[in-house]
Write a new protein. Structure first.
Length: 115
């Protein structure tokens, strides 16, 4: 199982950014996919989740209405569209999947929101 995030970077407050997580090596379409984030000195927390068929989503309250999670099962990829970014969104963003009793994390991608 491999999870490879991309798309992070430096963005000004109010700007957009889209993260991608490529997930080869397992039957992607069977599993709920998740985005987490961890800011310096803080606990890693769930940002958004999407069910295997994309029909259900869940968001942290702090990002609801600004972020959108989506997936393309044909491309084994999950996305996180982030709009109206705020400095407090600055964090390392991780892709995560739980398969049975095993947890898999990507290496993370840094998002910095600053003017």
């Amino acid at each position: 199982v491999q999870l490879v995030e991309s798309g992070g970077g430096l963005v000004q407050p109010g700007g957009p950014l889209r993260l991608s997580c490529a997930a080869p090596g397992f039957t992607f379409s069977r599993y709920t996919m998740n985005w987490y984030r961890q800011a310096p000195g803080k606990v890693r927390g769930l940002v958004a989740a999407i069910t295997s068929d994309g029909g259900g989503t869940n968001y942290a309250g702090s990002v609801k209405g600004r972020f959108t999670i989506s997936r393309d099962n044909a491309r084994n990829t999950v996305y996180l569209q982030m709009n109206t970014l705020k400095p407090e969104d600055t964090a390392v963003y991780y892709c995560y999947v739980r398969i049975g009793t095993d947890n898999y994390w990507g290496q993370g991608t840094q998002v910095t929101v600053s003017s």
